[in-house]
Design a protein around this ligand. Structure first.
Ligand SMILES: *Cc1c(COP(=O)(O)O)cnc(C)c1O
Length: 369
């Protein structure tokens, strides 16, 4: 059987009763939309981060979009981010009529090169959108300094970094607001779509509650901005409540898998993930790097191991973002990485046997290359 790069079925086998009981709880609660489970999850997720507010929304893309909107980003504003990210980071900015502005990433950590941010700040810059990519945090101190100096807002894209820490601080707690995705593959994943925004600011939270609910102030009155419907589903919220109690275990499980990969592959010429000093990595994906990436992936198909590339096409080179005016060559490190990186199977319930299959296969393939 093909070993998938991510699979939820082993975890579902372990947690089946709990998950099905969450569904039962909601179905028998008498309130299927924005009920006890969404409220409960919002309180518990905010508390996990030691913040005053969490607003549940329907997915991570809308968490970023509405998070930026609640921080005051609108048409014509510029938002500085990276191209080495999941396309939705950029889609969210673009969908507001705002303009994504890219800086390159570091060659060793694949994260936003914060030293480049100053060069692209203009009078239209409204916000910074660092992405805590692959499971570790961007260095936030320089960004906070620039934000204070230029009067900018910061939204963290935490879709890949639930539970990650930077100098002891949890991801999502180091800026004005932070967007999370609970897409099933994520470190805290639902059994369907889900998202959330955390913030300590009362006004930002109030705006978010309106923005996910037609713009309505209370139940029947749209006050300022008419908005879409972006509610977090009650069933997903209840499942997330149950899973949140195990978030730290999921992270520990991922770290154990990463450690075993490091032991099993550390002496090969594969470039393994590097944790930046001061960071606690949660390994949303286990990204490795090799100049012969395409050959390695092709050969591993013979071992029935499927791998992933996060991400093969830098966002600034995608046809759909041609209107941003970037071309190949603008972000050399991002473009180079896209041709060399790939991800080994990673999830907390991967297990020793499956993991050894991966290590043995990768070693055999590398020996031939
Ligand atoms: C998954 C992801 C998103 C989008 O989340 P969805 O829930 O799929 O909409 C945004 N940014 C990053 C970095 C992601 O990994």
């Amino acid at each position: 059987m093909t070993l998938r790069v991510w699979d939820y079925l082993p975890e579902f086998a372990e947690e089946r009763e709990e998950i099905l009981s969450a569904v039962e709880t909601v179905f028998s609660s008498g309130q299927l939309i924005l009920g006890k489970s969404v409220r409960g999850f919002e309180e518990e997720f905010a508390a996990y981060h030691g913040l005053a507010h969490c607003v549940g929304v329907d997915n991570g893309t809308n968490a970023i979009k509405l998070g930026l909107q609640a921080l005051g980003v609108g048409p014509g504003d510029e938002v500085i981010t990276v191209s080495n990210t999941a396309a939705p980071t950029v889609v969210a900015i673009d969908s507001l009529g705002a303009r994504p502005v890219f800086v390159d990433v570091g060659e060793d950590d694949y994260l936003m090169d914060t030293a480049q941010v100053t060069d692209v700040i203009t009078s239209r810059t409204k916000a910074l959108l660092p992405v805590h990519l692959y499971g570790q945090c961007v260095d936030m101190a320089p960004l906070r300094g620039l934000a204070a100096e230029h009067g900018l807002r910061i939204l963290e894209d935490c879709a890949q970094a639930h539970g990650a820490r930077h100098q002891g601080q949890l991801s999502g707690t180091m800026s004005d607001a932070a967007a999370f995705s609970f897409y099933p593959t994520k470190v805290l994943g639902a059994y369907g779509d889900g998202g959330g925004v955390v913030t300590s600011e009362d006004e930002v939270s109030r705006r978010l509650r309106r923005l996910r609910f037609y713009g309505m102030e209370d139940h029947y009155y749209t006050l300022e901005t008419p908005a879409h419907n972006s509610r977090l589903d009650e069933v997903q919220a209840e499942i997330l409540r149950r899973k949140l109690t195990r978030l730290d275990d999921y992270v520990a499980g991922r770290r154990a898998v990463a450690q075993r990969y490091a032991e099993g592959l550390g002496d090969t010429d594969l470039v393994l993930p590097r944790t930046v000093p001061g960071n606690e990595h949660v390994y949303y994906v286990y990204v490795v790097r090799h100049p012969e990436r395409d050959r390695i992936i092709e050969e591993l198909k013979n071992y029935s191991i499927s791998l992933n590339i996060s991400y093969p096409w830098p966002v600034h080179t995608m046809t759909g973002f041609a209107h941003l005016g970037y071309t190949k060559g603008d972000l050399p490190i991002t473009e180079k990485l896209a041709g060399e990186i790939f991800s080994l199977p990673m999830y907390p319930s991967l297990g020793r046997e499956r993991q050894d299959r991966v290590i043995d296969a990768v070693r055999e393939v590398l020996a031939r290359i």
